[in-house]
Design a binder for this molecule. Structure first.
Ligand code: ADP
Ligand code: SF4
Length: 670
């Protein structure tokens, strides 16, 4: 290990328990929830195995009045929840790490769609993020019940084997709703002065300590700033005062920022590594208890700096631990160069927001630990065959690396001078430079194998057959379509239109450019930003009602829209393109009324077509021909990498994923 990194491996006491090092996997959603306990346990177990000294669960509801359906969350509602959660605690502790559990009540934020119980809140108010429900203002009987739920859940968490039990007042959830003036206008002992608004938190901390504090550490997760200015909790105002009031009550402070739009898990497009530091750095000056926070830390030197400068005692991480569960081990073993750094794309956030199991662009094994039995660092050796991978984008690189790790003789050819495919282009867009890590990590790791890389080598079908490989993997990617067919529209005639491929190849979009987005992920919004920064007059048109609508899943949509507004991009929503004729011909998505949107040049971002030419020429002519990545199915980089990884895992035969089937309550086997 680099001696300067030794400080990261010092044990840290948290109340009655001791963390073996400073690597702290803060709570993060997995999309598995109470329905898939084995998947959740295996995922957390791999984090602990990878060296995270503390590994926490995602949010765990303490009462059926806090139901986040249809999103996946854990439950500690009755004793029946103990055994499934014990799987996770055991999986973490088997590796000598501490197991933390984030007890949760969403208050006005809970949907209660499954339980159909009334939503609770400090006051009568519209339920947050759902319509058309009004949350019930909690009376004193509700307050007593709430305190009992937290206490009972803490006792069950202890029985399940957890070492750290959370009082959770982050992310706009119930205890935070009591804390913030914006959501608490009560006239009783729980409203009014800050002392009163902090009362519930104080009681929760005391109750939890009394219930389980003899053997479990009591952690508090507090949003110290809700980014709403002086009307809300701020780190210079009431956030700081609240920490001062409760300073020594918990055994650990887990601090972040809250508010709408995914502030504390901002993507790299909208935040730098360590972006929360300005909000949370005061905390260590106010308490003697250990402090943890997050900031997409992937650089060991930055981590050391956080500790040495007294910002925090632990390195908190959700996304970096998803991208590389073995990050701590790699630092400890002096292999920091092998860290699979998070690129900050927030595809992991999308999984939870879509209600499916966790996935990650950089780490295709994330979420597949139990279902497919994939381990991020270990992979079985296979028969040594000579394999030719055609295409060196994310999918080709992933296939080559994984096959090389399996012991195959790997050759990779790409037409371009620089390997990386779409990453080379997309990482030049504003804020997406970190996406280059997808290429850099794989090229770096390939450099440690005996794989041969051939840039500037466009392969014809004859070239491929002449190469004499036992196995051929086609990863030739995709091209943006020119016919305008998109998610909502069937296309039209767009003579002279440019595509993102043309722009990346150097085409000039002119002074007045219209961008038509019927793909709805990042590309059109990012190009609009780039063009506006270049001083062009940009009109962004979409048949959806907001810009880059799919980025709502990556918690970025509000930031994208704000950025385009700030840059003066003209935004036209609810218009589907039908053709280009001295301007973009459109019809209203709702009424069908036709319009003409003026512009000099059109850039179409509507979808991609797989580049299948080589595959089709080889079909039936090579006995072991594989197809991966965008050539198989144009999609996110995460999907391209996953498909290539799956191919490499399954060269010896298909491996159908396991499914978690709930046991039948009548005692019969499922
Ligand atoms: P993916 O996301 O599936 O990895 P990309 O579009 O990023 O797809 O990468 C595809 C790569 O395949 C590009 O770098 C391209 O240069 C390369 N490629 C396409 N056709 C050929 C070919 N016939 N011979 C060699 N390389 C090719
Ligand atoms: Fe990081 Fe993207 Fe993976 Fe999330 S999906 S952990 S943001 S690389």
């Amino acid at each position: 290990m680099d001696p300067s990194h030794e400080i990261l491996f010092q044990p840290v006491k948290i109340g009655p328990v001791t963390a073996p090092n400073r690597f702290y996997q803060t709570p993060h959603a997995t999309g598995f929830g109470w329905q898939r306990p084995r998947s959740g346990a295996a995922l957390r177990g791999v984090k602990a195995e990878g060296g995270w000294g503390v590994v926490c669960t995602e949010y765990c509801s303490i009462s059926p009045t806090s139901d986040d359906s249809p999103h996946a969350f854990l439950t500690l509602w009755d004793d029946g929840d103990i055994a499934p959660l014990a799987l996770t605690a055991e999986a973490i502790k088997a590796h000598g790490s501490l197991a933390g559990i984030e007890l949760w009540h969403g208050g006005a934020h809970a949907s209660n769609r499954m339980t159909r119980l009334p939503t609770l809140a400090p006051r009568v108010q519209p339920a947050l993020y759902q319509l058309p429900t009004t949350a019930r203002g909690m009376d004193l009987a509700d307050m007593r019940a709430f305190r009992r739920w937290q206490r009972d859940a803490a006792l069950r968490a202890k029985r399940a084997g957890f070492d750290i039990v959370y009082v959770y007042a982050g992310h706009d959830y119930l205890p935070f709703q009591f804390l913030s003036r914006r959501t608490n206008d009560r006239g009783d002992a729980y409203g009014g002065s800050l002392e009163n608004r902090v009362r519930l938190l104080r009681e929760m901390l005391e109750d939890t300590r009394e219930a389980v504090g003899d053997t479990c550490a009591v952690a508090i997760r507090l949003a110290v700033d809700e980014l709403q200015g002086p009307s809300g909790v701020t780190s210079a105002g009431e956030g700081r005062e609240a920490v001062e009031m409760l300073a020594e009550l918990p055994d650990l402070w887990d601090v972040n920022i809250a508010g709408a739009l995914g502030n504390d898990s901002k993507s790299a497009r909208f935040s730098e590594e360590g972006f929360q530091e300005e909000y949370v750095r005061f905390v260590k000056g106010v308490t003697t208890k250990p402090v943890v926070s997050v900031g997409r830390f992937t650089s060991p030197d930055r981590m050391v700096s956080q500790i040495k400068r007294g910002i925090q005692d632990f390195i908190g991480a959700a996304r970096p631990s998803i991208a590389d569960p073995f990050l701590p081990t790699k630092i400890r073993e002096g292999r920091a160069d092998e860290i699979r750094e998070c690129i900050g794309c927030n595809i992991c956030r999308a999984a939870n927001n879509e209600g499916v199991g966790l996935r990650c662009t950089q780490n295709p094994t994330m979420g597949e630990e139990w279902r497919r039995g994939w381990h991020p660092e270990r992979i079985p050796l296979a028969r040594r065959e000579k394999v030719l991978v055609v295409g060196g984008g994310p999918a080709g690189l992933e296939a080559a690396l994984t096959l090389a790790r399996r012991g195959l003789e790997v050759h990779l050819a790409d037409a371009a001078r620089k390997l990386g495919g779409r990453v080379n282009r997309e990482s030049t867009l504003p804020g997406l430079a970190t996406w280059g890590r997808v290429r850099d990590h794989r090229l770096h790791m390939l450099g440690k194998t005996d794989a041969c890389l051939y840039p500037e080598s466009r392969m014809s079908a004859e070239d491929v057959l002449d190469f004499g490989a036992d196995r051929v993997v086609i990863a030739t990617g995709s091209q943006w379509r020119r016919d305008g067919m998109g998610v909502l529209g069937m296309g039209g005639a767009f003579p002279g239109a440019l595509t993102p491929d043309d722009i990346f190849a150097g085409a000039d979009p002119g002074a007045e450019v219209v961008i038509y987005d019927d793909e709805h992920y990042f590309m059109a919004g990012a190009l609009a930003e780039r063009f506006a920064r270049e001083g062009r007059r940009v009109t962004y048109v979409t048949p959806q009602s907001v810009v880059s609508s799919w980025t709502a899943y990556t918690d970025e949509q509000g930031f994208v829209q704000a950025r385009l507004i700030e840059l003066g991009v003209r935004i036209v929503t609810g218009q589907g393109a039908t053709g280009w004729e001295r301007g973009l011909r459109t019809t209203c998505s709702y009424t069908g009324v036709e319009s003409l949107i003026p512009g000099e040049t059109l850039v179409l971002c509507t979808g991609r077509l797989p580049d299948l030419a080589l595959y089709q020429q080889l079909a039936g002519r090579h006995p072991a021909l594989g197809l991966v990545g965008d050539a198989l199915q144009p999609s996110s980089m995460a999907d391209a990498i996953h498909s290539a990884h799956r191919y490499a895992r399954e060269i010896d035969g298909p491996q159908p994923p396991r499914r978690e089937m709930p046991p039948l309550t009548d005692g019969r086997a499922p």
